[in-house]
Design a protein around this ligand. Structure first.
Ligand code: F6P
Length: 545
């Protein structure tokens, strides 16, 4: 057996035999548990004490991380080695937020000058738009920016722009991603073309949804302001600069990035243009500072004190050892409403793989299903299942100690109380005896209480982690996103997979391209499988164009 197999076997045996079975008992036996099962980076605290782990679990998990050469692999990533082996690429989104003087080599070339040049060009452009010196074709200042992109060219900026609402002092930002005409139609409906700037964001500049939406936006603008207005109202973000030129967007309005930045890791550079537009270059810089601070921590803190490492090890424990198929991300922070969607791409596109780095099949499992919604809303929707359903779903709570509305501080106290109460309830549960006693204490007769009590039992022992931070400012948002990026990396090393490719998105794209003429004309429907052919026929019978 290899070291990895031995370490995994030891973890499984530990889970079956001597991991804490009862969390109430674990807290009663160890009053110091919250301290020994948490890690801090300044104000940011990650608590995993409500998970069914103990010191031995952590020793075994860190032992597995060592057997998987986690630190060596981490250093290889930061050193610019081509760890994305199926695409033969370095993985250096961290260079986009490198705020130190240290060079970052890719194939022997320090990329930092290029990174800084793009950031400076973005800042110049944003200053011009924000202060009104850079105007639309009619001379009117821009009031609205529409980002047209999808996946990594949409989710990151959309999530961050919403998260940083208290810092907005620029134009309003809108996001169009879906090829469904409803998306662009509803967005354009309220906009003044003379005051609207479009950002076409696509790493490849070939993605059908983005190119279709960009063409529709262009036609809308031409219809209102004429062909000559296009240059003043469009800019682009891409690695495919030649394709941007073909589209008709000038080089001075094109912000580049590089193939060593994965789409879902790209909001730190040019893809972050809408974020910079909304909050300004200074706050965008603070966002980068936050990411860089988490990088330094990830590279230097010992495993047990390292937030991304511990988040990854606990995530792996839940997924691979305990066998829980999903994880819920529940920010008690309305402005992080898009964080679960953002993390779905980050995590599931990275770690939803069936083969290992060497091409052999994944023996057990790989990444979990990621989902979630902000609290407290989720409490009134799906928390019933989290507390009493037959599946155990580890929950990841996020909450700020302080909000941005000092005049409404009582809202924030309620928010905090709810967040903490939910993790407590998941952990503690309520026994049958407690449930019965409570009903009788309320005046119910014994027979009735005995009948109702089973419905009021909570098994408890349901794991959750909590990430607490001072306030959701640009710096902290940067730390949170970098934490999750590195956590995904840590889990990938334990699964033994490449977190940086995404071949699983290809087949659907190919089939959509092949099906377009079938949907348009009906020809070739008979060559599809029976279900698809029948669906095409039904759709075509209903269509009115
Ligand atoms: O659907 C997969 C994907 O390739 C993502 O990885 C990527 O973020 C998204 O499509 C958009 O790609 P692009 O930025 O090239 O338009």
């Amino acid at each position: 057996m290899t070291d990895k197999q031995t370490a995994k076997l030891a973890l499984r045996e530990h889970a079956a035999n001597d991991a804490p079975a009862d969390m109430r008992a674990a807290f009663a036996a160890d009053p110091d548990r919250a301290r020994t099962h948490s890690a801090r980076l300044d104000d940011m605290l990650l608590d995993w004490s409500k998970c069914r782990v103990n010191g031995q679990t952590l020793d075994l998990l860190t032992g597995l991380a060592q057997a998987c050469r986690l630190e060596t692999r981490r250093d290889a990533m930061f050193a610019g080695e081509a760890i994305n082996t199926t695409e033969n690429r370095a993985v250096l989104h961290t260079a986009l937020r490198n705020r130190s003087d240290a060079p970052v080599p890719v194939d022997g070339h320090d990329v930092m000058a290029d990174v800084r040049a793009v950031l400076a060009a973005m800042a110049d452009f944003c200053h011009g738009v924000r202060d009104g010196t850079l105007t639309g074709a009619t001379g009117a200042a821009f009031t609205d920016v529409v980002n047209i992109g999808i996946g990594g060219s949409d989710l990151g900026p959309a999530m961050a722009v919403r998260a940083l609402a208290p810092y907005h002092d620029g134009p309003r930002c809108h996001f169009v991603s879906n090829v469904d005409a409803a998306d662009i139609a509803d967005t354009l409906a309220g906009l003044d073309p003379a005051r609207t700037l479009f950002v076409v964001a696509s790493k490849t500049f070939t993605t059908i949804e983005t190119m279709t939406n960009a063409a529709t936006a262009r036609a809308w603008l031409v219809d209102k302001l004429g062909e000559a207005a296009v240059g003043a109202h469009f800019c682009a973000v891409s690695t495919a600069l030649d394709k941007v030129t073909e589209f008709g967007i000038g080089a001075e309005r094109t912000f580049g990035f590089w193939d060593w930045v994965g789409g879902r890791y790209s909001l730190w550079g040019a893809i972050g243009l809408p974020i910079m537009m909304a909050v300004g270059p200074a706050d965008f810089g603070r966002f980068l500072d936050g990411g860089h601070t988490m990088d330094i921590h990830f590279r230097s803190a010992p495993m047990r004190e390292n937030l991304p490492v511990m988040a990854g090890l606990i995530g792996y424990w839940h997924r691979a050892i305990c066998g829980y198929p999903s994880r819920a991300i529940i920010p008690y922070d309305e402005r992080l409403a898009r964080l679960p969607a953002y993390l779905q791409q980050l995590d599931m596109e990275s770690n939803g793989k069936g083969v290992r780095l060497d091409g052999s099949p994944v023996a057990g499992v790989s990444g979990p299903i990621v989902w979630g919604e902000p609290g407290t809303n989720g409490q009134h929707a799906f928390f019933q299942l989290l507390h009493q359903g037959t599946d155990v779903v580890p929950v990841e709570f996020l909450v700020a100690a302080n909000g941005h509305e000092p005049d409404l501080a009582h809202h924030h106290q309620l928010l905090l109380a709810n967040c903490l109460a939910q993790s407590e309830a998941l952990m503690k549960g309520r026994t049958l005896a407690e449930a019965t006693e409570k009903l009788i204490a309320r005046g119910m007769d014994e027979e009735e209480a005995n009948a109702l009590a089973p419905h009021k039992v909570f098994s408890g022992n349901r794991p959750s982690t909590t990430l607490v931070y001072d306030r959701l400012d640009p710096f902290t948002l940067g730390r949170i996103i970098a934490l999750y990026e590195h956590r995904v990396f840590v889990e990938a090393q334990l699964f033994g997979i490449n977190a940086f490719d995404q071949w699983g998105v290809e087949l659907g794209k190919e089939l959509a391209t092949a099906l377009l003429p079938v949907v348009e004309t009906g020809e070739g429907a008979g060559e599809r499988d029976g279900s698809t052919a029948a669906l095409v026929a039904h759709v075509r019978a209903l269509r009115k164009d």
